[in-house]
Design a protein around this ligand. Structure first.
Ligand SMILES: Nc1nc2c(c(=O)[nH]1)N[C@H]1C(S)=C(S)[C@@H](COP(=O)(O)O)O[C@H]1N2
Ligand SMILES: [Mo]
Length: 308
């Protein structure tokens, strides 16, 4: 995917700092643009922006890191920011198994070696009918799948989050059936919009947002975008997913953003855009969260009221 950048991080940053930044981002492909001196410390850092980004203005770093869903750290939107600091994210490895040519336990650094990191500014729509715009740093999941070699019988990709109740206080109670699990059909997983994100706002991923590596699928409700991934499995059968297991009537496997299919308990026709610590206002929800042109063909012939 071509992208454009004027300056690399190394043009303006002392080498040592640049190297540690590269280490933080844990990927060799990152091209990070210059921070504007005197500007806000974090928000002024920009990564090379993918053409698949939205033009909409991103939410503030404060919004993105203080209003979270990450039930491993508690149910309240403020709990992840409060509790996720205790999560150890280094060392980190991801088990890749199932129908792949090169299964194994991959150290995060190996997994990301040569990964073509980009900034992807995506709309992000939670099933609870709030939304944000988030400047992720990540790379296409298809890149990783190509590296590990997907075998011909594979039809789905399953993901699991870390289980570590010592560091994840929410896991000390059975609010969900841990580990948090998600899944995609293989064509959804291979779609260029589907990324594994390792950072946001030009910084390594904050713990509350799913450090060190999480999925982002921008045309689906936020819960599909599983955080702090430790396992990726290629399967022949549709995998079990956390919210579907919890309440199949309310949460289907596909979970595509769809303003014409309401949640049994609330409308999905509009959403509250989070902004400035408050909700900035209500906007109409778009089909596939505004990504219909790119993804509608994935669902040709499917009844999206049935396959919700
Ligand atoms: N492991 C895990 N992943 C998760 C969740 C969770 O509770 N646990 N919450 C999901 C939900 S409901 C949403 S809306 C997004 C929130 O991502 P954000 O906090 O980075 O905005 O993470 C998703 N991924
Ligand atoms: Mo969500």
């Amino acid at each position: 995917m071509p992208f454009k950048t004027d300056l690399t991080w190394s043009d303006v940053t002392p080498k040592a700092q640049w190297m540690s930044r590269r280490k933080l981002l844990a990927g060799a492909g990152a091209l990070i643009a210059a921070p504007t001196l005197g500007g806000p410390a974090l928000a002024s850092i920009q990564a090379a922006k993918s053409a698949l980004s939205t033009d909409e203005a991103p939410n503030s770093l404060e919004d993105i890191t203080s209003y979270n869903n990450f039930y491993e750290f508690g149910l309240d939107k403020a709990d992840p920011a409060r509790n996720a600091g205790q999560l150890t994210t280094d060392p980190w490895s991801v088990q890749i198994d199932g129908l792949v040519d090169k299964p194994g336990s991959y150290d995060l650094a190996d997994l990301l070696a040569g990964a073509p990191l980009e900034e992807r500014i995506y709309r992000f729509r939670c099933v609870e009918a709030w939304s944000m715009v988030i400047p992720w740093i990540g790379f296409e999941l298809s890149h990783l799948l190509a590296r590990v070699g997907v075998q011909s019988g594979a039809r789905y990709v399953a993901f699991e989050t870390l289980v570590r109740p010592e560091e994840m206080p929410g896991q000390r109670s059975a609010i969900l059936d841990w580990p948090y699990r998600e899944g995609l059909r293989l064509d959804e997983a291979m779609h260029p919009l589907t990324i594994l994100a390792t950072g946001l706002y030009g910084e390594a991923m904050p713990n509350q947002n799913g450090a060190p590596i999480r999925l982002v699928v921008p045309w689906k409700y936020g819960f599909k975008s599983i955080k702090s991934i430790v396992r990726i499995s290629l399967t022949a059968e549709q995998p079990q997913t956390t919210w579907n297991m919890q309440n199949a009537r309310e949460y289907g496997f596909y979970s595509n953003v769809n303003p014409t299919v309401d949640h049994p308990r609330w409308s999905q026709a509009s959403e509250r855009r989070v902004g400035g610590g408050l909700f900035a206002g209500r906007v109409d929800t778009q089909m596939f969260n505004g990504y219909a042109d790119q993804v509608v063909q994935l669902y040709a012939g499917q009844d999206l009221a049935k396959d919700f």
